[in-house]
Design a protein around this ligand. Sequence first.
Ligand code: ADP
Ligand code: MG
Length: 221
Amino acid sequence: MLQIENLVHRYDDASHPQLAVPEFALEKGQHAVLAGPSGSGKSTLLHLLAGILTPQGGRLSIGGTDLTQLSASSADQWRSRTIGFLPQKLALIPSLTVRENILVAAYAGNHKHDTARADALLGKLGMQDRVHAKPHQLSHGQRQRVALARALFQRPLLLLADEPTASLDDIAAHDAITLLRTQAEENGSSLIISTHDARVLHAMPDAKTLRLAAPFSTQGL
Ligand code: ADP
Ligand code: MG
């Protein structure tokens, strides 16, 4: 499902590569933890996997699509069909309700305005009573669930979660990981969680680990 070979990325204004991944692969439905300290390139790699950034070198293919060959507009279409992204800063739109936040993402991705699907996902996440609430009326955990529902809306092949346990206490962190795993599985998605939190590694014993070492190099473990 996912293959990486000799992947290299350097931001335009940087003198050295921020990220190098010699080799990594994931089968459909398999999960991974992307581990490494702050600044090691976790978010950069997630943005490469989502087709938001284009790698300078190497091979990156997801679901049979070679991401090094996609134009920006085909990458947008590919992403909306294939990738669910749970960003670290959840990026909900403050003026929209919970349900509208999910539907607007579906609209941007050319998916049909499927209110029943949005509400069913929110129900699974225990948010059925909050569909008309605005993000500021919710707790952090509830906002994270809305962003997760948004990411899962089109049943992505790959669900990417950037540091989902940052600033959560032990119980909330455990709940967040359990929710990500069960929801990825129910929606047929592989899950990649980036983290510098040892609790995530403990909660994902079956996941493959890709460890990024600060500052610029990586070794798969
Ligand atoms: P992590 O998510 O593991 O904390 P990042 O992927 O955010 O790491 O960053 C990896 C390195 O790339 C850091 O040195 C960071 O400063 C640099 N970096 C991140 N984003 C940009 C950018 N847009 N332009 C230039 N450098 C960046
Ligand atoms: Mg990051």
